[in-house]
Design a protein around this ligand. Structure first.
Ligand code: ADP
Length: 466
């Protein structure tokens, strides 16, 4: 008898198993793909206002179950409950946005060069879409793919991260409860590489949409080449924050904390490097220290927790090695760097850490940290700050603080990043295009841009009219 494989989903704050989820076999996944493909014609034929109604119903059910969903999310991801509650709203906002956008999938007509002809352009769904999502935003990274896909008339299958499948499974159940047919939106579970290869090998899947690490994204693009799939990639980042000489320091400190410590620093747009003008370095780092030391670390289920655990031992080891490497290369620990972990029980906490005088050669200044650590370095003039900010293969998010419009305009014009916050450490929104340049990805999610990657342009030329 073949033993059913399972994924044990663990609470990263305690290491306890919350629930086990069945791993889908290759046959299970292929059968789900076939069902999704077969459902395509009927789903894409449903008129836009009905699709909008179903999507809105989905969002309504999510809102009605907000606290249960948030609790599941905190249990499996470790993020503070306040952040999970915020993520439920954020996840639903993508569904609300694309419930409206589905009514605006306009075509156009093009004036022909003959009385005898008419040219009509229309938008059609790309086909069946497969999504692979990460553990750091188990709800929102799924809905911001599913909502535009369904709104475009595509059918959709998702494989959530092994660490956090429970939130996704619940959300997909809610979609069915809303009346979206079971074959139109599906979830399968299993190891990334295994499921990813079934997706990319399938001729029936016409698009892969992925949020995760850059190496995996590159592999998915390569594997999608043979069947010429559409790809959307939301990959790694290494966000700089530039604090200019004239910045409002209190605002910059607060927004740095908002950007850096959300989800214990485990988001792809978290500030990864702080570049502070040398004239304000001491004042800035002192004020930052005072506030960072007040952050409460703990189990995300406790109401007052602001920083939860890191997701696993691999993530923990990377953070610690980056701190040690920075210190070895001359950095000063302003605060934090202490940990609370148990390798046997499998929970790992890193206390919010600020490092000063960090060398540009340190690994933390070059590689994504995914942890609650802020390395600060200083600069003398804006061109130096921009040179440091742009000297990375990544181009996802960047932030800057200045109250001078010329300085702001100059920094904005010269940053090579897809998402930029000016005096704003929290730029994400369903109504705005999220995505990166360079090795941070391909395509945008959210906004009017976010549905385009799920659409084909069809051009009809009618002749012999008169
Ligand atoms: P992280 O290291 O932060 O977990 P990953 O990019 O490895 O980031 O994971 C993000 C998602 O990609 C998860 O759902 C994971 O299962 C999936 N994944 C990991 N490796 C592969 C792969 N080789 N092919 C397809 N998906 C993968």
């Amino acid at each position: 008898m073949i033993k059913t494989r399972q994924i044990d989903v663990k609470n990263p704050a305690t290491g306890e198993v919350i629930e086990s989820v069945k791993v889908d076999s290759k046959e299970d996944i292929e059968s789900a793909i076939l069902k999704g493909h077969s459902a395509l014609k009927a789903w894409s034929s449903i008129h836009a206002h009905e699709k909008a109604r179903l999507l809105k119903k989905w969002s309504e059910i999510i809102h009605n179950n907000k606290s249960d969903l948030a609790r599941i999310m905190t249990l499996e991801s470790g993020k503070p409950i306040s952040e999970s509650l915020g993520e439920v709203d954020y996840a639903a906002s993508y569904i609300d946005w694309y419930a409206e956008e589905t009514k605006r999938l306009y075509g156009r007509t093009i004036p022909a060069n003959s009385e005898n002809k008419k040219i009509v352009i229309s938008k059609k769904p790309v086909g069946m879409v497969a999504a692979i999502t990460p553990w750091n935003f188990p709800a929102a990274m799924m809905t911001r793919k599913a909502a535009p896909a369904l709104a475009a008339g595509c059918t959709f299958i998702v494989k959530p991260a092994e660490e956090t499948p429970l939130t996704t499974i619940k959300l997909i159940d809610f979609a069915h409860e809303a009346g979206i047919p079971e074959d139109v939106v599906q979830c399968v579970n299993g190891p990334g590489k295994e499921v990813g290869e079934v997706f990319t090998d399938s001729k029936l899947i016409r698009k892969i949409t992925f949020t995760g690490s850059t190496p995996v994204g590159k592999q998915l693009i390569k594997n999608s080449a043979d069947t010429m799939k559409h790809v959307s990639m939301e990959l790694g980042g290494h966000a700089p924050i530039i604090v200019a000489e004239d910045a409002d320091i209190d605002l910059a400190v607060d927004q740095t904390i908002a950007s850096k410590f959300r989800n214990a620093g485990q988001t792809c747009i978290c500030a990864n490097r702080l570049l502070v003008h040398e004239s304000i370095l001491e004042e800035f780092s002192n004020k930052l220290k005072t506030k960072v030391e007040q952050l409460k670390v703990g189990n995300g289920l406790d109401d007052d927790t602001q920083v939860g655990p890191v997701i696993n031992e691999k993530g923990f080891n990377k953070i610690i090695s980056q701190i040690n490497d920075a210190v070895d290369k001359g950095a000063e620990v302003v605060c934090g760097s202490n940990t609370h972990s148990d390798t046997e029980k499998e929970y790992f906490f890193v206390h919010p850490t600020v490092l000063k005088y960090v060398s540009r050669e340190s690994s933390i200044m070059q590689e994504e940290t995914f942890g609650p650590v802020i390395p600060i370095t200083s600069f003398q003039d804006l061109d130096e700050a921009l040179e440091i900010a742009n000297s990375t293969p990544f181009g996802l998010a960047a932030y800057f603080f200045t109250n001078d419009y010329r300085t702001g305009n100059y920094i904005h014009d010269n940053l090579e990043f897809g998402i930029i916050g000016w005096n704003d450490g929290a730029p994400s929104a369903a109504h705005a295009p999220f995505g990166g340049m360079k090795e941070s990805g391909l395509g945008r999610e959210g906004g009017v841009e976010g549905i385009e990657p799920y659409l084909e342009t069809k051009y009809l030329s009618i002749g012999n009219l008169s």
